[in-house]
Design a protein. Sequence first.
Length: 254
Amino acid sequence: MRKNGNDREIKLSRAKENQFKDFQKRIGFDYMNINLLKQAFTHSSYVNEHRKKPYEDNERLEFLGDAVLELTVSQFLYKKYPMMSEGELTKLRAAVVCEPSLVYFANELQFGQLVLLGKGEEMTGGRERPALLADVFEAFIGALYLDKGIDSVIQFLEKVVFPKIDSGAFSHVMDFKSQLQELVQRDGVGSLEYKILQEKGPAHNREFCSRVSLNGKELGTGTGRSKKEAEQHAAQMALEQLKAFIQKEQKLEQ
């Protein structure tokens, strides 16, 4: 939403203004340029219905936000998974920034309530349309970057996106077992063994608990809806423990 010649804030309805104020409190950021935030949530259909007002849609912010999101997620993954190959990092990043993931993040923050839509788009359910919500999330990232800088974008993602990666929400596209095997083979320290410790729950909602051991010594445990998923989570825990041990050893050698 472009500022006018007097550089004044563009006003919306009182209810919508209050929504934007409440939203800033929820995310913990006060925008210096509130028009940027409003623009991030402005759909082209709204601009088309208010041609006499200095409104601007969110498409340019979406373009910028897409690039900023890829950069910040790439940096996080690069640092978090030092053993992961370029191909695996690319695959994981694609899962994090794909449309379904962005829609999930947008819905968690109730972005749909803030979107400024034209009447036609509103009537056809645009407020809940996945592509629209994903675009809004990217536009919001672009606006946050312009208003607060890259550090604030990372701070926001540390609250909303990165914890999902840490919790294993995208583990279905990650092969922790291969990474663990690669690490063990590289150091030549022995052989890995996976064992299912427990199965519980009804057949339609089964949960498995797996353990991975190195030369008989437990490295990690994990749970999942399938044996494969449980083993992947166990390998993920083992990787984190081994990496922490390796880093500690490296510091002692310095």
